[in-house]
Design a protein around this ligand. Structure first.
Ligand SMILES: [Zn+2]
Length: 444
């Protein structure tokens, strides 16, 4: 589908009456109390369990798990967790029998390992997804009629193009920019294109927005917008800081996945919120690197999933913690993608939140940690001309402090950080194989 056709089609969904009704309904949920939320979960979940009777994977198991009688949330607790591998291997069994829908859509996971998982979505769930997203965008005052610049992995121009323009106007209000051509020598042209378009909001991969932000700050400039909307990669603290300073706006970061099993979004006050009406979200286990996000989506009849293990993590917040924004959504820590999880050390430690090693370093545009072996790490960094020996030493020291003396650490200054599937940036890449890999989740 071309960008223009896709933008018009998306506009049809966004502007449609069903969408507007749903958005108003979702916005009314923001002031609900615990009792109303519980009642909503019971009703929505009971409907999902009824849908499961038409899903080959679930239909034979409903009686065994005692579903269909008593409170739905209690019933859900009896359902075993569903992992990614089961969904991958038995993919077709999760598609609702006889399900047909004119506005249906087949998506898939970006598949960093093995075969991508096919995900079927019905028309209502597509509209619901858009409404849920727009509710979040509106937290920062971004409205449907605002001009948006999109910088997030779309193939806007051929990868082989060597000179600007690397952008295209899809509709009068949407400028798509390529996130594959953000070389330092082109950043000035990107900024010029953005200034000409004058977006109210920028929707971007954190890494892409951070590159433009770093360039602006280096030039002593800013480019004020209402909000920068980021997703699809873990938003690192240093990226967030640069983006907020350069664009003079809050970063509204949101987490979701292709399986649509949870949505978590950072509000304009800086707290991450679990959107309770999107899915029943559980945080599984506790560890240094947070808990696993497990979700039961409440809206997709085409492919119901119960207690799906996303492989992604977030810290569970203390019960009852409230955000000054006053919305009804519980607070949690920053979600982290499985690709950005942790590095493994020879003594068996798994170290997450590695972005702390870049604290206090002002002249690194972006960086990646590559684990070459269990005892060897290479830091790749794109630096600006002011990067010098003191920062190099600080970076190596801060890394060694975290990984310990058993791991050799080297720094390579590079022109650009290679991107993964879908043009996504990964903060940590693990090249460990075989016996070194203690856990499936740390493969790149
Ligand atoms: Zn908040």
């Amino acid at each position: 589908m071309s960008l223009a056709v896709r933008a018009v089609f998306a506009g049809f969904i966004r502007e449609g009456p069903a969408f507007r009704r749903l958005l108003a309904e979702l916005e009314s949920h923001q002031s609900w109390d615990a009792r109303a939320i519980h009642a909503y979960h019971e009703k929505a979940l009971a409907r999902v369990l009824r849908w499961c009777a038409d899903v080959p994977y679930y239909s034979g198991r409903l009686a065994e798990w005692g579903l269909g009688s008593g409170p739905a949330l209690d019933a859900l607790a009896r359902v075993p967790l569903l992992d990614k591998e089961t969904l991958r291997l038995r993919n077709m069994e999760f598609r609702t029998r006889g399900w047909r829908n004119r506005f249906a859509h087949e998506g898939h996971t970006s598949g960093t390992t093995g075969k991508p998982i096919r995900c079927w979505r019905d028309g209502r769930s597509i509209v619901f997804e858009n409404a849920a997203l727009w509710r979040v965008f509106r937290w920062a005052g971004v409205s449907l009629s605002d001009r948006r610049a999109l910088l997030r992995g779309d193939l806007v121009v051929p990868a082989s193009r060597g000179e600007p323009p690397f952008w295209k106007l899809a509709t009068p209000n949407q400028l798509y920019l390529s996130s594959y051509h953000l070389a330092p020598r082109h950043l000035g042209a990107y900024v010029e294109a953005l200034r000409r378009f004058a977006p109210a909001a920028i929707q971007a991969y954190p890494s892409s927005a951070a590159l433009v932000a770093a360039w602006l700050l280096e030039c002593g400039e800013t480019l004020p917008v209402k909000a920068v909307l980021t997703s699809s990669e873990t938003l690192l603290d240093a990226q967030r800081d640069a983006i907020e300073r350069a664009f003079c706006a809050p970063v509204i970061d949101y987490y979701g996945n292709a399986e649509r099993t949870a949505m978590i979004a950072r509000c304009e006050k800086g707290a991450y919120h679990v959107l309770w009406d999107y899915a029943v979200t559980e945080f599984l286990g506790t560890g240094d690197d947070g808990s696993e996000i497990v979700g039961t989506p409440l809206e997709n009849r085409a492919m119901p999933l119960l207690r799906y293990r996303s492989g992604d993590r977030a810290e569970r917040a203390p019960r009852g913690e409230r955000c000054p924004c006053g919305r009804s959504f519980p607070v949690c820590g920053r979600p982290e993608g499985r690709r950005d999880l942790y590095i493994l050390t020879p003594d068996g430690r798994r170290i997450g939140r590695m972005d702390h090693i870049f604290k206090g370093l002002r002249h690194i545009r972006e960086a990646q940690i590559v684990q070459k072996a269990v005892d060897r790490i290479v830091l790749l960094a794109v630096t600006d001309p002011a990067f010098g020996e003191p920062e190099r030493e600080l970076l190596l020291r801060q890394t060694r402090e975290r990984v310990g003396p058993g791991v050799s650490v080297t720094l390579e200054i590079v022109e650009a950080i290679p991107r993964g599937p879908g043009g996504k940036f990964a903060a940590i890449v693990s090249e460990l194989r075989g016996a070194d890999v203690a856990h499936e989740e740390i493969r790149p």
